[in-house]
Design a protein around this ligand. Structure first.
Ligand code: ZN
Length: 284
């Protein structure tokens, strides 16, 4: 009996080996030193994933030695908004994702690399860094469908930070399955007017960007799933600062999005503290 139990325990432990995730930071116009530990904590919750951090050299330093071993991880999460990686690192990353690797872009990571075509294909849409109609269309909700809108204009903006209502669009997608159709996100920047190649994008959730707070007046895509070759990308435009990251809705979608990017599946239950349409839910 003891031997059987031991064998069972070993089998269970083996099947529950954590998913290896690499989190990249080191340059960002946001406080990555503060947000990285919290992102790591969220992704590692319940022992599902094991996160290692690769910190790129600071701005102005030589980036040529920054060559993470992407292939050693099931997913790469970016908390990086900074200088372009060395050509060899770009090439390795493209090969990794197109070959079936997972990628997760968090908030200002979608500001990165306006000049790197493959990266923009991966994130679907991005903002700032001179992005304009030359970068690609906006994703706009028209008659219940997301369409590519080529209207000229800036790529990337946001109004004043506030709480806002998120709307789920792809309720059958593994990341969104079981989540409420509407939920309140805590105070955050609501990115608007993102633009890019916008190909192979499934908009998972959006929020109305209110002109009253300086927004676009449009439903802005804020959670997206993108396919890039054989790879899966989860893009969350949420998560400006620590208080926004502590939203149970941000945390849940990040953890589910990371698992999906890594494996194509989501095995996590929806937590009981997930926000509702009426109230935000912020974790301590
Ligand atoms: Zn921000």
């Amino acid at each position: 009996m003891k031997a059987l139990l031991l064998a069972l325990t070993v089998a269970l432990t083996a099947s529950a080996a954590p998913i290896k995730v690499l989190l990249i930071d080191g340059q960002n116009n946001h406080q990555w030193q503060v947000t990285t530990p919290e992102l790591k904590k969220i992704i590692e919750a319940d022992g599902l994933c094991l996160v290692e951090v690769a910190t790129a050299p600071a701005k102005g330093q030589d980036l040529s030695g920054f060559k993470p071993d992407f292939a050693a991880y099931a997913a790469v999460v970016s908390n990086y908004n900074g200088e372009l990686w060395a050509p060899a690192t770009q090439e390795a990353f493209e090969k990794y994702v197109s070959g079936g690797g997972g990628f997760v872009s968090v908030h200002a990571a979608n500001n990165s690399f306006p000049e790197w075509k493959a990266y923009n294909d991966m994130i679907g849409v991005g903002g700032w860094g001179g992005r304009s109609e030359k970068s690609g269309p906006y994703l706009r909700l028209r008659s219940g469908k997301w369409i590519a809108d080529t209207t000229p204009g800036r790529g990337g903006s946001h109004g004043k930070q506030h709480q806002f209502l998120m709307t789920t669009h792809a309720s059958q997608h593994p990341i969104m399955a079981g989540l409420p159709e509407k939920w309140m996100h805590t105070q955050d920047e609501l990115y608007d007017r993102l633009r890019g190649p916008a190909e192979n994008v499934t908009v998972l959730a959006s929020a109305k960007s209110d002109p009253g707070t300086g927004g676009s007046g449009e439903d802005e895509p804020l959670l997206m799933a993108i396919s890039y070759g054989k790879g899966r990308v989860f893009h969350t435009a949420l998560g400006h600062a620590l208080d926004a990251i502590k939203c149970a809705g941000f945390a849940t979608t990040l953890q589910r999005g990371t698992e999906w990017a890594a494996t194509g599946k989501v095995t996590q239950k929806v937590p009981t503290d997930f926000p509702t349409a009426e109230s935000v839910s912020v974790r301590p």
